[in-house]
Design a protein around this ligand. Structure first.
Ligand code: C2E
Ligand code: CA
Ligand code: CA
Length: 453
């Protein structure tokens, strides 16, 4: 699908009336969403076409050979000018790989049924046909061949010979509109994201994290941003889940963790080099990077993490890997092992969005983590509701007992910051101190905050 010569992703196909899209027996490399026009699916039998169905706007076809991993079981041509959106074999397979095993079984059974229903059009096996019958059919075929001999357009212009109107052919039921629109949106976003990764449209913003007791700058959290050339900035809440489902996330985390380490060293050295600022900067600055569950199953990413610690000569615990509570709760053994390996090589591990994962507390002591990030959902209502304050206090005590440090997220007011400091929360992060920003703005931000004090 990726046309290297043109260096661009081909994802839309436009067909003219009568143009073939694929033939029975071809290797299937993608499925198609019909955006406009009509496609007819036929079986090519003895110089004739058996129409199977017509696919109009809002429908999907061509999925069978991908899911069933087999050649095309029928042929397809355009009845009118068609615009098709392609979904590649890889895009479908990546999703199938992640699918629930029961769902996979159901899909494979369904494909089996469909395949079977197509065999009704096959010729009966030769042994079952009498010699007379075989001779009669051969004669029929010879006559029909000679009749259609002068019709050279057969393979180029099927509409001339398919005469679908003479056969009963029905328009396929379109996919429900909301599902179809979502599929188009997702596939577009995914294709754009592939381009974004290749063309450097992704970037990292850094949000300062403050040491609560001293008020010093302790570190940063790296947060991904996507500047889409047409749609402007797209929130990570929109594109990270797409990348996680499509399997693109691992490549993105690879890039992010390397970029964040590189930027940490530059920002740290610049900040510490400033005589005015250095007293407000912690020498043991850390960089938090968000990881998704599948990242931990990728050995080369885990190797990269270890290499980066050496390459950038990062002191122990300078790189903090953030992983959400929900990932840890449902994590397979491999994730825990990978986190242990990361810690062994000098990285630290933070449990992100703590308190939102509905997990039992007993599991906490078994986790390979040294930091708890208290979710904003507890911080924001802290002042309106005494019970939230009590919860935050309990989380901090719990973390202390387990020898973990705490970071409060979503600190938006001075009152939040003061209350959390008095509860002995270790670190504070939120709009009250700074919004996430590009690396090159950090020095200016620090200078405004401390430099001219
Ligand atoms: P998160 O890891 O919980 O990140 C904190 C989010 O809270 C960020 O949103 C941050 O901008 C926002 N935030 C910080 N301070 C405040 C505050 O005082 N008030 C409020 N209301 N919000 C605050 P953002 O940058 O939009 O990121 C959203 C989520 O996307 C992140 O939540 C994280 O789950 C995910 N994400 C972002 N970058 C990455 C990445 O590089 N990799 C992965 N796997 N996920 C990422
Ligand atoms: Ca995070
Ligand atoms: Ca969080």
């Amino acid at each position: 699908m990726y046309h290297k010569a043109q260096n661009q992703l081909v994802t839309v196909k436009v067909l003219q009336p009568g143009e073939w899209l694929f033939h029975e027996g071809d290797a299937g490399d993608c499925a198609y969403l019909v955006e406009s026009g009509e496609i007819q699916i036929v079986l090519e039998r003895n110089e004739d076409f058996i129409p199977l169905g017509i696919y109009g706007p809002g429908s999907l076809f061509g999925e069978m050979s991908i899911i069933g991993d087999q050649p095309r079981s029928a042929s397809a041509f355009a009845q009118s000018v068609c615009q098709l959106r392609m979904i590649s074999r890889e895009q479908i397979n990546r999703r199938l790989d992640q699918a629930d095993p029961i769902l996979k079984v159901c899909m494979s059974v369904l494909i089996g049924h469909l395949k079977k229903s197509l065999t009704q059009y096959d010729e009966p096996v030769e042994e079952e046909i009498s010699l007379d019958e075989r001779l009669r059919r051969a004669a029929d075929r010879a006559i029909s061949n000679s009749l259609s001999k002068d019709n050279q357009a057969h393979s180029n212009n099927p509409s001339k010979t398919a005469t679908p109107s003479q056969k009963k052919v029905t328009l396929a039921e379109p996919v429900p509109k909301d599902i179809f629109d979502k599929a188009i949106h997702t596939i577009n976003l995914e294709n754009d994201l592939t381009k974004a990764i290749k063309e450097g449209e992704l970037t990292l913003f850094y949000q300062p994290i403050i040491h609560a007791m001293t008020g010093k700058l302790a570190g940063f959290e790296a947060l991904m941003r996507w500047f889409h050339p047409e749609r402007g900035m797209i929130s990570p809440a929109d594109f990270i889940p797409v990348a996680e489902r499509s399997g693109q996330m691992v490549e993105m985390t690879h890039w992010a963790v390397e970029q964040a380490c590189q930027d940490l060293v530059i920002m740290r050295d610049n900040l510490l080099a400033s005589l005015e600022l250095s007293e407000y900067i912690s020498e043991q600055m850390f960089m938090s990077v968000n990881f998704s569950s599948r990242d931990f199953l990728d050995q080369s990413l885990m190797d990269t993490v270890q290499d980066l610690l050496t390459t950038y000569d990062l002191p122990e615990k300078s790189l903090k890997i953030e992983v959400t509570e929900s990932v840890l709760v449902s994590s397979p053994r491999e994730v825990t092992n990978a986190l242990n390996d990361c810690r062994d090589s000098g990285a630290s591990v933070a449990i992100d969005d703590f308190g939102t994962g509905y997990s039992s507390l007993s599991y906490l002591q078994t986790l390979p983590a040294d930091t708890l990030k208290i979710d904003q959902a507890f911080i924001r209502p802290m002042h309106q509701d005494e019970r939230h304050l009590a919860l935050v206090e309990s989380i901090i005590h719990l973390a202390q007992r387990l020898d973990m440090v705490t970071v409060a997220e979503g600190v938006e007011t001075e009152a939040d910051a003061k209350a959390l400091a008095s509860l002995q929360c270790d670190y504070l992060q939120g709009y009250y101190f700074a919004r996430p920003m590009p690396a090159k703005e950090i020095l200016l931000w620090a200078d405004n905050k401390w430099g001219r004090a």
